[in-house]
Design a protein around this ligand. Structure first.
Ligand SMILES: [Fe+2]
Ligand SMILES: [Fe+2]
Length: 250
């Protein structure tokens, strides 16, 4: 897999960011615990796929795949826990106070009602991306041999998942398998775009509101303060020509 030994072009572009994440012990720990959740979550989804598929061969392969993903989750969790113990003996607490992730935020699999060819195309694209990324991460944790060993083990499994999903996709949809892969790629790209656009919209919204707070609001605050200076202080007598008030408001 020559492409995998270097990672996807976008991941190679993001290498400085990956480096920044993996260099710090706290960030590394949080990333491992996030991966643990992502892998376990993926394992459960694929287990569900094994339950609902009508294809006996796919059921067996999905089952093996799910077992692999659940094992990956355990490997990441155990390594994260080991690093956490080392951190705690050093400092008692982590910088952030809560090292656990709030959710993986990646494309969740929808299993029920999805045909096998769509699921296989999605899995193939996702596994290929994961294999490329783990290739990069493996190099970035050279200073941490146990974590590197985990990435190497998982990388072998991900390459197997990537290959079997492609082979099975070609079996269940021999005429249209390429189109399904492109469709899955486009959908993944679109979801990625939506995530970036939502984050950017949040950022732009915060900037615009901050600018409005400091630029638009001050003149109104100044006018309100000036108007309040003209108001008499305290109780004011009621004008004698004002109509009498009702006996009851009800
Ligand atoms: Fe995995
Ligand atoms: Fe996988």
């Amino acid at each position: 897999m020559p492409a995998l030994t270097r990672g996807a072009p976008l991941d190679r572009l993001m290498r400085p960011v990956h480096q920044w994440v993996w260099r710090d012990r706290d960030r590394r720990l949080r990333k491992l615990l996030t991966f643990a959740d992502v892998e376990t979550d993926g394992g459960r989804d694929i287990l569900r796929a094994a339950e609902v598929t009508p294809d006996p061969l796919l059921r067996r392969l999905y089952l093996e795949h799910a077992i692999d993903e659940l094992r990956h989750g355990d490997l990441f969790r155990e390594r994260g826990a080991a690093l956490l113990r080392v951190q705690q003996t050093r400092r008692r607490v982590l910088k952030s106070g809560n090292p656990l992730p709030g959710g993986h935020g990646l494309d969740d699999l929808r299993i029920d009602g999805e045909p096998d060819h769509r699921l296989l195309a999605f899995l193939h694209v996702a596994e290929k991306a994961a294999a490329g990324r783990f290739t990069i991460y493996r190099k970035l944790v050279d200073d941490d041999p146990p974590t590197r060993a985990i990435f190497e083990t998982i990388l072998r499994d991900e390459v197997f998942h990537m290959n079997y999903t492609y082979t099975q996709l070609a079996r269940v949809a021999p005429r249209t398998y390429r189109r399904h892969v492109w469709h899955a790629r486009a959908k993944r790209l679109w979801n990625r775009y939506l995530r970036v656009a939502a984050a950017l919209a949040g950022l732009i919204g915060s900037v615009v509101l901050t600018v409005m707070y400091f630029v638009v609001l001050p003149p109104f605050a100044w006018l309100a303060r000036r108007a309040s200076r003209k108001e008499p202080i305290g109780w004011t007598p009621i004008a004698s020509d004002r109509p009498a008030s009702p006996r009851s408001q009800y």
